[in-house]
Design a protein around this ligand. Sequence first.
Ligand SMILES: [Zn+2]
Length: 213
Amino acid sequence: MRDMREGVCPVCAHQEILETTPAEFGDGDMERVAAVTYEPRWLLGGRNPGHPHGPLRRYVCRGCGYTQLFALDPMAIPIGEGYRTALLDGPSQRAGDGRRVKTTHAAIYLGQRAVEQVWPDGSVHSVVWADPFTCSLHRSPASPDPQGRRLIHVKLQQPRPDHLAIVAFSLWISTAASLDGLPQQAASLPVVLGADAEALLGALRAHAPGWTR
Ligand SMILES: [Zn+2]
């Protein structure tokens, strides 16, 4: 389906599209921004219409009236029960040609633009490769396995407008001198194996600051 934000109607091919900002009205007819969700209230319960996330824009064809609705900045819309938003688990394109990486207890999506992790509590953390982030590495105190592979804990942190995004996992990878020099730390993180571990390692080599191997 054609995106009407390009100025062409997908139904009748008319080339005049109205961009409008829809509103919602509550008690007292006070106008509020129509959005995907709103910040939860701490004391009263429910959500606060004064703090919207994902404000909506409506696109209307002036020829036939066909209408599309889009949310602004969809990656910044928070996910969780308090927001009444949930992430549906599909073949993820959100991280940019994303692949879902198999892990022990949290979904990780690896893409050309970002790596994204859905934690068991439902929160979603995204580290965008193009923006500054830190990468800290530790090695597990456990001995290397019979194939000489060691468990390496990886923690990526990136400040986002309203939270610190954290993506963390452990990789079984072949030991090398540089890994043997890492500080030791015990951690219980989602473990990534096989081809998925190789894919994550490749992304870290390409994007992580200070990655020298
Ligand atoms: Zn039309």
